[in-house]
Write a protein that binds this ligand. Structure first.
Ligand code: IYR
Length: 224
Protein backbone atom coordinates (compact mmCIF):
# COMPACT_ATOMS: atom_id res chain seq x y z
CA UNK A 1 0.00 0.00 0.00
CA UNK A 2 1.47 3.34 -1.09
CA UNK A 3 1.16 5.90 1.67
CA UNK A 4 3.50 8.61 0.44
CA UNK A 5 2.27 12.01 -0.80
CA UNK A 6 1.90 11.94 -4.61
CA UNK A 7 0.44 13.92 -7.49
CA UNK A 8 -0.94 12.80 -10.87
CA UNK A 9 1.71 12.34 -13.58
CA UNK A 10 1.70 15.11 -16.17
CA UNK A 11 3.83 15.93 -19.22
CA UNK A 12 3.52 12.75 -21.26
CA UNK A 13 1.44 13.58 -24.33
CA UNK A 14 0.57 10.33 -26.11
CA UNK A 15 2.33 10.22 -29.51
CA UNK A 16 1.62 7.93 -32.42
CA UNK A 17 4.35 5.37 -33.10
CA UNK A 18 5.35 7.33 -36.21
CA UNK A 19 5.61 10.58 -34.26
CA UNK A 20 7.68 8.85 -31.60
CA UNK A 21 10.07 7.44 -34.21
CA UNK A 22 10.35 10.82 -35.93
CA UNK A 23 11.17 12.52 -32.64
CA UNK A 24 13.70 9.89 -31.63
CA UNK A 25 15.32 10.16 -35.05
CA UNK A 26 15.44 13.95 -34.90
CA UNK A 27 17.05 13.84 -31.47
CA UNK A 28 19.59 11.25 -32.63
CA UNK A 29 20.50 13.46 -35.59
CA UNK A 30 20.89 16.48 -33.34
CA UNK A 31 23.04 14.60 -30.83
CA UNK A 32 25.11 13.03 -33.61
CA UNK A 33 26.36 16.53 -34.42
CA UNK A 34 27.87 16.81 -30.94
CA UNK A 35 31.64 16.86 -31.01
CA UNK A 36 34.21 16.95 -28.28
CA UNK A 37 36.47 19.87 -29.15
CA UNK A 38 39.76 21.12 -27.76
CA UNK A 39 39.92 24.43 -29.64
CA UNK A 40 37.52 27.05 -28.34
CA UNK A 41 36.67 30.64 -29.20
CA UNK A 42 36.79 33.14 -26.33
CA UNK A 43 33.33 34.45 -27.29
CA UNK A 44 31.46 34.86 -24.00
CA UNK A 45 28.44 32.70 -23.21
CA UNK A 46 25.57 34.33 -21.33
CA UNK A 47 25.10 33.15 -17.77
CA UNK A 48 21.46 32.39 -18.59
CA UNK A 49 22.54 29.59 -20.97
CA UNK A 50 24.73 28.01 -18.30
CA UNK A 51 22.03 28.40 -15.66
CA UNK A 52 19.42 26.68 -17.82
CA UNK A 53 21.83 23.86 -18.71
CA UNK A 54 22.71 23.36 -15.02
CA UNK A 55 19.02 23.19 -14.14
CA UNK A 56 18.65 20.49 -16.81
CA UNK A 57 21.56 18.60 -15.25
CA UNK A 58 19.95 19.02 -11.84
CA UNK A 59 16.77 17.37 -13.15
CA UNK A 60 18.60 14.07 -13.66
CA UNK A 61 17.37 10.94 -11.88
CA UNK A 62 19.52 10.06 -8.88
CA UNK A 63 19.72 7.51 -6.08
CA UNK A 64 16.83 8.19 -3.68
CA UNK A 65 16.53 11.60 -5.44
CA UNK A 66 19.38 12.84 -3.26
CA UNK A 67 20.90 14.78 -6.21
CA UNK A 68 24.50 14.12 -5.12
CA UNK A 69 26.15 16.70 -7.37
CA UNK A 70 27.58 20.19 -7.18
CA UNK A 71 28.66 22.38 -10.09
CA UNK A 72 31.31 25.06 -9.63
CA UNK A 73 31.28 27.52 -12.53
CA UNK A 74 34.74 29.00 -12.66
CA UNK A 75 34.80 32.56 -13.96
CA UNK A 76 37.70 34.14 -12.12
CA UNK A 77 40.75 34.60 -14.38
CA UNK A 78 43.03 33.79 -11.47
CA UNK A 79 41.23 30.51 -10.72
CA UNK A 80 41.33 29.56 -14.40
CA UNK A 81 45.08 30.16 -14.57
CA UNK A 82 45.60 28.06 -11.46
CA UNK A 83 43.45 25.26 -12.90
CA UNK A 84 45.35 25.33 -16.20
CA UNK A 85 48.70 25.25 -14.42
CA UNK A 86 47.68 22.40 -12.12
CA UNK A 87 46.06 20.40 -14.94
CA UNK A 88 49.05 20.83 -17.23
CA UNK A 89 51.43 19.74 -14.47
CA UNK A 90 49.38 16.54 -13.95
CA UNK A 91 49.07 15.92 -17.68
CA UNK A 92 52.78 16.43 -18.30
CA UNK A 93 53.51 13.75 -15.70
CA UNK A 94 50.86 11.54 -17.31
CA UNK A 95 52.14 11.80 -20.87
CA UNK A 96 55.85 11.75 -20.00
CA UNK A 97 56.07 9.11 -17.27
CA UNK A 98 52.86 7.79 -15.72
CA UNK A 99 50.78 6.59 -18.68
CA UNK A 100 51.32 3.00 -19.78
CA UNK A 101 52.20 2.49 -23.49
CA UNK A 102 48.84 0.87 -24.15
CA UNK A 103 47.03 3.99 -22.94
CA UNK A 104 49.22 6.33 -24.98
CA UNK A 105 48.60 4.19 -28.06
CA UNK A 106 44.86 4.36 -27.46
CA UNK A 107 45.04 8.17 -27.29
CA UNK A 108 47.34 8.67 -30.30
CA UNK A 109 44.50 8.77 -32.92
CA UNK A 110 42.85 11.57 -30.92
CA UNK A 111 45.99 13.70 -30.83
CA UNK A 112 45.67 14.70 -27.18
CA UNK A 113 48.65 16.23 -25.40
CA UNK A 114 49.54 17.97 -22.12
CA UNK A 115 48.83 21.46 -23.49
CA UNK A 116 45.52 22.54 -21.92
CA UNK A 117 45.42 26.14 -23.16
CA UNK A 118 41.67 25.82 -23.72
CA UNK A 119 41.25 25.97 -19.94
CA UNK A 120 42.00 29.70 -20.16
CA UNK A 121 40.32 30.36 -23.53
CA UNK A 122 36.93 28.65 -23.33
CA UNK A 123 34.40 30.92 -21.60
CA UNK A 124 32.73 28.19 -19.54
CA UNK A 125 34.54 25.92 -17.09
CA UNK A 126 32.39 23.79 -14.84
CA UNK A 127 33.98 21.61 -12.17
CA UNK A 128 31.56 18.82 -11.28
CA UNK A 129 31.72 17.34 -7.78
CA UNK A 130 30.10 14.20 -6.37
CA UNK A 131 28.81 14.00 -2.82
CA UNK A 132 29.01 10.73 -0.88
CA UNK A 133 26.86 12.30 1.78
CA UNK A 134 24.13 14.92 1.45
CA UNK A 135 20.47 14.14 0.96
CA UNK A 136 17.48 15.57 -0.84
CA UNK A 137 17.61 19.05 0.67
CA UNK A 138 20.48 21.57 0.89
CA UNK A 139 22.30 21.11 4.17
CA UNK A 140 21.24 17.48 4.71
CA UNK A 141 24.00 15.07 5.79
CA UNK A 142 22.45 11.71 4.90
CA UNK A 143 24.14 8.91 3.00
CA UNK A 144 23.81 9.19 -0.79
CA UNK A 145 23.31 6.20 -3.11
CA UNK A 146 24.57 5.31 -6.60
CA UNK A 147 26.61 8.48 -6.55
CA UNK A 148 28.80 7.82 -9.58
CA UNK A 149 25.86 6.68 -11.70
CA UNK A 150 23.80 9.71 -10.65
CA UNK A 151 26.53 12.27 -11.32
CA UNK A 152 27.37 10.57 -14.62
CA UNK A 153 23.74 10.84 -15.76
CA UNK A 154 23.57 14.51 -14.69
CA UNK A 155 26.77 15.20 -16.60
CA UNK A 156 25.30 13.58 -19.71
CA UNK A 157 22.23 15.79 -19.49
CA UNK A 158 24.46 18.84 -18.99
CA UNK A 159 26.46 18.01 -22.12
CA UNK A 160 23.23 17.49 -24.11
CA UNK A 161 21.77 20.78 -22.84
CA UNK A 162 24.90 22.76 -23.73
CA UNK A 163 24.96 21.09 -27.14
CA UNK A 164 21.34 22.04 -27.73
CA UNK A 165 22.35 25.66 -26.95
CA UNK A 166 24.94 25.47 -29.74
CA UNK A 167 27.98 25.01 -27.53
CA UNK A 168 30.78 22.53 -27.92
CA UNK A 169 32.10 20.73 -24.85
CA UNK A 170 35.11 18.82 -23.64
CA UNK A 171 35.00 16.37 -20.77
CA UNK A 172 38.35 16.78 -19.11
CA UNK A 173 39.58 14.48 -16.36
CA UNK A 174 43.05 15.43 -15.21
CA UNK A 175 44.20 12.77 -12.75
CA UNK A 176 44.47 13.33 -9.88
CA UNK A 177 42.15 16.35 -9.75
CA UNK A 178 42.09 17.11 -6.06
CA UNK A 179 43.41 20.60 -6.92
CA UNK A 180 39.87 21.39 -8.10
CA UNK A 181 38.51 21.01 -4.56
CA UNK A 182 40.98 23.51 -3.21
CA UNK A 183 40.62 26.06 -6.02
CA UNK A 184 36.81 25.84 -5.97
CA UNK A 185 36.69 25.88 -2.16
CA UNK A 186 34.70 22.65 -1.95
CA UNK A 187 34.60 20.54 1.22
CA UNK A 188 36.75 17.41 1.56
CA UNK A 189 33.68 15.09 1.52
CA UNK A 190 33.02 16.12 -2.10
CA UNK A 191 35.07 14.44 -4.81
CA UNK A 192 35.93 16.15 -8.12
CA UNK A 193 34.15 14.13 -10.81
CA UNK A 194 35.17 15.94 -13.96
CA UNK A 195 35.91 19.30 -15.46
CA UNK A 196 33.54 20.26 -18.26
CA UNK A 197 34.82 22.85 -20.70
CA UNK A 198 32.26 24.57 -22.94
CA UNK A 199 31.99 27.38 -25.43
CA UNK A 200 31.77 28.16 -29.10
CA UNK A 201 34.28 26.17 -31.08
CA UNK A 202 37.22 28.10 -32.58
CA UNK A 203 36.71 28.98 -36.26
CA UNK A 204 39.58 26.64 -37.18
CA UNK A 205 38.69 23.83 -34.78
CA UNK A 206 39.31 20.33 -36.12
CA UNK A 207 37.95 16.92 -35.22
CA UNK A 208 40.13 13.80 -35.20
CA UNK A 209 38.75 11.34 -37.75
CA UNK A 210 38.97 8.61 -35.12
CA UNK A 211 36.37 10.47 -33.04
CA UNK A 212 33.80 10.10 -35.82
CA UNK A 213 33.91 6.35 -35.65
CA UNK A 214 30.84 5.23 -33.68
CA UNK A 215 29.93 1.61 -33.10
CA UNK A 216 26.92 0.39 -35.10
CA UNK A 217 23.70 -0.49 -33.34
CA UNK A 218 24.28 -4.24 -33.57
CA UNK A 219 27.58 -3.80 -31.70
CA UNK A 220 26.10 -1.79 -28.85
CA UNK A 221 22.70 -3.39 -28.38
CA UNK A 222 20.85 -6.67 -28.68
CA UNK A 223 17.21 -7.60 -28.33
CA UNK A 224 16.88 -10.83 -26.41
N1 IYR B 1 43.59 13.18 -19.21
C1 IYR B 1 44.51 13.24 -20.34
C2 IYR B 1 44.53 11.99 -21.14
C3 IYR B 1 43.28 11.57 -21.77
C4 IYR B 1 42.71 10.38 -21.38
C5 IYR B 1 41.59 9.91 -21.99
I1 IYR B 1 40.87 8.11 -21.46
C6 IYR B 1 40.98 10.64 -23.02
O1 IYR B 1 39.84 10.16 -23.65
C7 IYR B 1 41.55 11.84 -23.44
C8 IYR B 1 42.69 12.30 -22.78
C9 IYR B 1 44.25 14.48 -21.18
O2 IYR B 1 43.28 15.20 -20.92
O3 IYR B 1 45.01 14.77 -22.10
Amino acid sequence: MKDHPATPLVGYAPLTDDEATARATGFREEMARRRTVREFSDRPVPRSVVEQALLTAGSAPSGANHQPWFFSVIESADARTRIREAAEAEEKAFYETKAPQEWLQALAPLGTDPDKGFLEVAPVLIAIFSQKRGGPRPGDAKKNYYVTESVGIATGLLIAALHKAGLATLTHTPAPMSFLSEICGRPAEEKPFLLLVAGHPAADATVPLAALDKKPLDAIAAWI
